[in-house]
Design a protein around this ligand. Structure first.
Ligand SMILES: [Zn+2]
Length: 183
């Protein structure tokens, strides 16, 4: 699967000067929602990502809301697992809403569309672990961490993308006066 072509085709690959969720700045932003709004593309991505973990027995997949909800759903569908999501708890962490089941010892996969620092998927992981889930792997459509994301379990992505990103104080786009766009 040519993931980058899919991002391009759906207008999900943006170029400019962006403030990422991680707080870092980048000349490139992958707006996965623009891709995942197409159910057939989303399903294809879910199947491809699920294949990377097909040898595992997965009870549920979890992603951080809102971006991780659709991805969790399509990966879970491909693996025959339950689809959960974690949402902000208002105190800097994440929590699971009532009705989403985690049985003690359930093995789960955590997913996020694009992993840069991995901070938001980590919060979803902690929310599931707090309920007794056992993390077996992390999956992403795109790994743009430059090999730096380490979750202590297998981390697999459909695409590894080397895109520069900078802390605000060291951002050449800021120095050049390029308007910053929040995404
Ligand atoms: Zn900047």
């Amino acid at each position: 699967m040519d993931v980058l072509e899919l991002y391009r085709r759906t207008g999900a690959l943006l170029e400019g000067h962006f403030l990422l969720r991680s707080g870092w700045h980048s000349p490139v932003f992958l707006q996965s929602a623009a891709l995942l709004q197409h159910p057939l593309y989303a399903e294809a991505v879910g199947e491809a990502l699920g294949k990377l973990f097909e040898d595992e027995k997965v009870d549920f997949v979890i992603g951080p809301a809102l971006g991780g909800i659709v991805l969790s759903f399509v990966v879970a569908k491909a693996l025959g697992a339950r689809a959960l999501f974690a949402e902000k708890d208002g105190q800097g962490g994440m929590t699971l809403r009532k009705g989403l089941t985690v049985n003690p010892g359930d093995r789960f996969l955590a997913v996020e569309d694009v992993v840069t620092t991995g901070e938001s998927v980590r919060k979803a992981i902690r929310a599931a672990e707090a309920r007794g889930g056992v993390l077996l792997g992390v999956g992403a459509i795109v790994d743009r961490s430059g090999g730096k994301a380490d979750f202590g379990v297998p981390f697999r992505a459909l695409l590894k993308l080397e895109v520069p990103h900078y802390p605000p104080e060291a951002c050449p786009l800021c120095r050049g006066g390029v308007p910053l766009e929040e995404v």
